[in-house]
Design a protein around this ligand. Structure first.
Ligand SMILES: [Fe+2]
Length: 587
């Protein structure tokens, strides 16, 4: 339980004066001061309960018979890192992610649980808050700010205005998450405007997402009280937003990596760093192991020429300043919560020790605290509301011998365009064509149990498999099934219905890779290591069989994502995003 500064001042004051003794004193610290941007040698830090009471040359007066003293031996001591925007409702439970993030020195996560809400609404949001509590890492949440993505086509659940207001009363809920459908703001969509006004009235933070917006549209967005963005792809976009008073979270995560493009320009232009942060926007298990978390951003920025203390300030102080939490977090100073990292050097940026609230949680590169397993209610593990499907459920009927199909042509794992292919029929059902690399693709509503579904064609996938299916898809969470034949498609779909969520690859009627995602069909209840292994098998089984893309798991994830061009599939139909209209799979 985190103390409040208001209730701690007497105790902290007493320790600082030596009238009361500290619980813990760190001696011989080379202090990384994010306030003066200097390294101060031979500093002593006194901590009582979960806060810092004294920072200075001699904490001797705070030491009593019960005080633990740690000689840091002139190692570097700095504040815990924060990830100011990420989606932690994916792949692993917050408790499993916490272990990996803490090893990277990340002591605070600012979570935007958009997909858990899209699947399970306010009830799921409340349950997810519980999963992030009482962990040895700080998890702050925002109310998802972009659902539904497009009211005309979206199937996702969302929060009502009154639920948003209720959610904000929770002490760990800070405001509104990325308002990514920025046209809803520039077109002054009534619910969006009411939601923004309510957040501003309650003095809450509103996170932004302004991909592609500029000039008057960007002005209108900022004028609506949205003061951050993690979407700039280059320095020009960073500068345009900074000049309008926004804060920028430089994104370096599994969806995009922008740091190498932006940091050198920030340095060469001498841009003020005060409103710059790093964020991941979400990390998959392979990337956490391969790159790390915010420690990677600090390390890479230093390699690109950033002063280490500047990089550490961007990873800590600037995040808490942005969230109006600077009295509690962001630096090593009296009154602050004792989230402290100890580094052997400023090159590797791997913390040897990590304290959260004065408690040692990482030592010598290992977690040294216990993390309790949470009880997950059964209802949230039953979200694939579909009856068993048959091969015929994947039919696309035509009385003709051959047809011209409108295909979803995959340009990358994420970007699509409209394609066209001649396909033949058998017994009134249009067949796929492996020769032409034309597949079937289906989207099923698995959230509401409506049996609503759409079937179309997908082109340029390339793998030698029977079917690939997923219950996790941004931010609709329809069940997506891609297949070279209807039989394997039905087996893939039925496997996910039986398992109540996950990703699965089928070939010749057999499961060749499976990643169960039992919680809401988007999060695994298994250990990080098991999820990592299953996730690697999913991608490897598809890539090794000749897929044209290196990260095939992104294909079902983005196929229904209406915020990107050009052709998408949802349970309601195939959508031309720009024209905002449905298209038929047969032209
Ligand atoms: Fe995001």
């Amino acid at each position: 339980m985190t103390s409040s500064l208001a209730n701690s001042i007497s105790s902290l004051n007493s320790v600082a004066m030596g009238d009361k003794k500290a619980d813990l004193v760190l001696k011989n610290c080379s202090l990384l001061s994010v306030y003066t941007r200097e390294i101060i040698p031979k500093i002593q830090i006194a901590i009582i309960n979960d806060r810092i009471a004294y920072v200075g040359p001699d904490a001797g007066h705070t030491i009593g018979t019960k005080t633990t003293i740690i000689d840091v031996k002139e190692k570097y001591v700095g504040p815990g890192f924060a990830d100011p925007h990420l989606h932690i409702d994916q792949f692993v439970l917050p408790s499993e992610l916490a272990k990996k993030s803490l090893l990277c020195g990340v002591t605070s996560l600012f979570s935007d649980p958009i997909d858990i809400v899209s699947v399970s609404g306010y009830k799921g949001f409340q349950e997810f808050l519980k999963l992030g509590e009482d962990l040895p890492i700080r998890i702050f949440q925002v109310v998802p700010g972009g659902l539904p993505v497009d009211e005309k086509f979206s199937n996702s659940k969302t929060l009502s205005l009154s639920q948003e207001k209720l959610a904000i009363k929770h002490p760990h809920v800070l405001g509104l998450g990325e308002v990514f459908s920025w046209t809803k703001v520039t077109l002054r969509d009534p619910k969006t405007m009411k939601s923004l006004s309510a957040m501003l009235e309650m003095n809450c933070i509103i996170n932004g997402h302004t991909a592609g917006a500029s000039e008057k549209k960007l002005n209108a967005y900022v004028a609506s009280g949205i003061l951050s963005c993690h979407e700039p792809l280059n320095f020009d976009q960073v500068l345009e937003r900074l000049r309008l008073g926004m804060s920028i979270m430089i994104r370096e995560g599994s969806i995009r990596r922008d740091l190498k493009e932006i940091i050198p320009c920030v340095l060469s232009h001498g841009t003020s760093l005060d409103r710059l942060m790093f964020c991941s926007d979400g990390l998959d298990p392979i990337d956490i192991v391969k790159y790390g978390h915010i420690d990677h951003c600090v390390r890479e920025s230093i390699k690109l020429g950033l002063n280490p203390i500047d990089a550490i300030s961007m990873a800590s102080k600037n995040c808490f300043d942005y969230y109006n939490m600077s009295k509690d977090l962001g630096g090593i100073a009296p009154g602050k919560l004792a989230d402290i990292l100890i580094f052997d050097d400023l090159k590797s940026i791997k913390p040897n020790k990590v304290f959260v609230g004065g408690k040692l949680v990482v030592s010598n590169g290992s977690i040294v605290t216990s993390i309790k397993k949470k009880i997950i209610p059964t209802w949230i593990k039953k979200t694939v509301k579909l009856n068993k499907l048959s091969t015929n459920d994947f039919d696309i009927k035509s009385k003709k011998k051959s047809i011209i199909a409108n295909t979803i042509f995959m340009q990358t794992e994420i970007i699509t365009k409209l394609g066209s292919a001649e396909l033949f029929t058998k017994e009134g059902n249009v067949l796929t064509s492996l020769d032409r690399d034309v597949w079937k693709v289906a989207a099923f509503d698995r959230i509401h149990g409506t049996n609503k579904h759409a079937i179309g064609f997908l082109e340029n996938f390339g793998a030698d498999i029977g079917a690939f299916a997923s219950t996790w898809s941004f931010h609709e969470n329809d069940m997506i099934v891609i297949g070279s034949n209807d039989s394997d498609m039905s087996i893939a779909a039925n496997t996910l219905i039986k398992n109540q969520g996950g990703l699965v690859v089928i070939k010749s009627g057999k499961i060749i890779a499976s990643l169960p995602l039992q919680l809401a069909g988007i999060i695994s209840t298994d250990s990080f290591e098991k999820v990592l292994s299953n996730f690697e098998q999913i991608n490897n089984s598809i890539v090794d069989s000749g897929c044209k893309f290196s990260r095939p798991h992104l294909i079902p994830l983005f196929l229904p994502f209406l915020a990107l061009p050009s052709i998408r599939i949802l349970s309601g139909g195939i959508v031309d995003v720009k024209r905002r209209s449905y298209i038929n799979p047969i032209s």
